[in-house]
Design a protein around this ligand. Structure first.
Ligand code: PLP
Length: 480
């Protein structure tokens, strides 16, 4: 493909993207394929000879699109959102144009410098204290995922602990709650470290008393506690651990405190949410959230801040003669390779910068408030009929964790779970909406999350109509 052909093809693709967003409402959210569908439709070998773009493009629409789950649809209520936006998409095009590796300052100065500026902007927007800003000992960086953020901070914490307190690595212990995302288990698994899961309270929060009990037990047994994940918005039910209470309790034990706010972190741009949830953050070592979830920045963009960037650099830098270090005016330029696992990196800050500038903080706050408002409206519909109940005294942000209402006050939990599963199944096989399920304290729950920029009241009202008829069928279902 030469430049002339590229120009023509790119216009076609942009038109197809614009058409897609205009037609999203008429497309079923769920894919329409079975496992292994694609290999049957494609040749077993890559082509020897070039194929024309028109044929490839037509195969994209014919073969690939049927296998797509439409996360951008206004009818997507599953998992957590994964927002896209046109400004971020355009920035991705420029990022692809540049296609630099950007591992050190010298390999693409604009990439390193914009990442510093954009993560500082974001830190200020969500109210992270100055200790996390780049003009302190701390800094922000953009990782590919919240899972990578847990892994790199766990490596830094492990090395810091072993430096300060030489001991056998097998004695080190990672802590989290039974509501923490599985990425913490995965990181501990990768590093071959012991992990202890602490039982959360009836609201799903990790409490200081439970943490202290476990820490004291483990220390008595000769183990060395070193890393704790505090969740701000758990995956299952979106509950937040009390950061300050845990940080104060953990203080004397020199644990590295990592805050995982993968989804809920975006809501910290709202002062009313921040004031409640970020208390104690200055006592933590690292903080991470995914602007790619709920801040209109296309996947992937996971922002990680640490208070002591040297802890990451000491653990993750691996220098070779061919890496050029740049020192100007006595200051060593940041090489982002030292803050992450891979060497090379994408120009992710470009889409963050485009999105922050195109929307402005006010519009982004407006979108998050609108989603919260839509969630409250859905809750009002639910409460008016009483066919579902929330498994918490109060839901958080835009996540509704629901069970079908018991038929009587003494209906056993197993029966309520069965009815809820049946109701979830009816919703699950409906391709026009997407929802997910989870469990919380033995309760099977339907999770409804509202977070797509495309979601309006009409989508919510139509979702509720489907929920209502599924709940009525579940109530009539004869259970064995
Ligand atoms: N932490 C929480 C609370 C999450 O909800 C998720 C994913 O939804 C993750 C971590 C993992 O995110 P990632 O896909 O960025 O690794």
């Amino acid at each position: 493909m030469d430049v002339k052909e590229f120009r023509k093809a790119a216009y076609l693709v942009v038109d197809a993207i614009a058409d897609y967003y205009e037609q999203l409402d008429s497309i079923p959210v769920e894919h329409q394929v079975k496992v292994g569908y694609l290999a049957k439709l494609l040749p077993a070998e890559a082509p020897e000879d070039p194929e024309p773009f028109d044929i490839i493009n037509s195969d994209f629409h014919k073969l690939i699109m049927p296998g797509v789950t439409h996360w951008q649809s206004g009818n997507f209520f599953a998992y957590y959102p994964c927002n896209s936006s046109f400004p971020a998409m355009l920035a991705e095009m420029y990022s692809n144009m540049i296609n630099a590796q950007g591992f050190s300052w010298d390999t693409c100065p604009a990439m390193s410098e914009l990442e510093t500026v954009a993560t500082d902007w974001l830190a200020k927007l969500i109210g992270l204290p100055a200790d996390f800003h780049s003009n302190s000992k701390g800094c922000g960086s953009i990782q590919g995922s919240a899972s990578e953020a847990v892994l790199v901070t766990m490596v830094a914490a492990r090395d810091r602990t072993l430096r300060n307190n030489p001991t056998q690595p097998s004695k080190l212990v990672v802590y989290c709650s039974d509501q923490t995302h599985t990425s913490t288990r995965k990181a501990a698994q990768i590093l071959g470290l012991t992990m202890k899961v602490i039982k959360s309270d009836e609201l799903g929060q990790l409490r200081a008393s439970a943490l202290l009990y476990q820490l004291e037990n483990d220390i008595r047994e000769g183990l060395v506690p070193f890393y704790l994940v505090v969740s701000l918005g758990t995956t299952g039910i979106c509950v937040s651990d009390p950061i300050k209470e845990l940080a104060l309790a953990a203080g004397p034990y020199s644990l590295w405190l990592h805050v995982d706010a993968a989804y809920a972190g975006s809501a910290l741009i709202l002062p009313e949410f921040r004031d409640i949830h970020i208390k104690g953050i200055s006592l933590c070592d690292s903080f991470n959230f995914n602007p790619h979830k709920w801040l209109q920045v296309n996947f992937d963009c996971s922002a990680l801040w640490v208070k002591d960037r040297s802890a990451l650099v000491l653990a993750l830098s691996a220098d070779a003669a061919f890496f050029k270090k740049v020192i100007e005016d006595g200051t060593l330029a940041v090489d982002f390779k030292d803050l992450q696992i891979p060497l090379g990196r994408r120009f992710r800050s470009l889409k963050l910068w485009f999105a922050l500038r195109s929307f402005g903080a006010k519009k982004l706050r407006g979108m998050i408030r609108e989603h919260i408002d839509l969630t409250d409206k859905l809750l009002s519909l639910i409460q008016a009929d009483g066919l579902f109940c929330i498994v918490l005294p109060k839901h958080h942000l835009t996540l509704l964790p629901l069970q079908v209402t018991p038929l009587s006050s003494d209906e056993p939990l197993e029966m309520v779970n069965e009815r809820t599963k049946y109701c979830a199944h009816i919703l699950d096989v409906d391709p026009s909406i997407s929802i997910t399920t989870a469990t919380f304290k033995g309760k099977f729950i339907i999770r409804i999350n509202i977070g797509s920029p495309q979601t309006k009241y009409s989508h919510v009202a139509s979702l509720y109509a489907k929920m209502k008829s599924a709940a009525l069928l579940a109530r009539e279902k004869k259970l064995s």
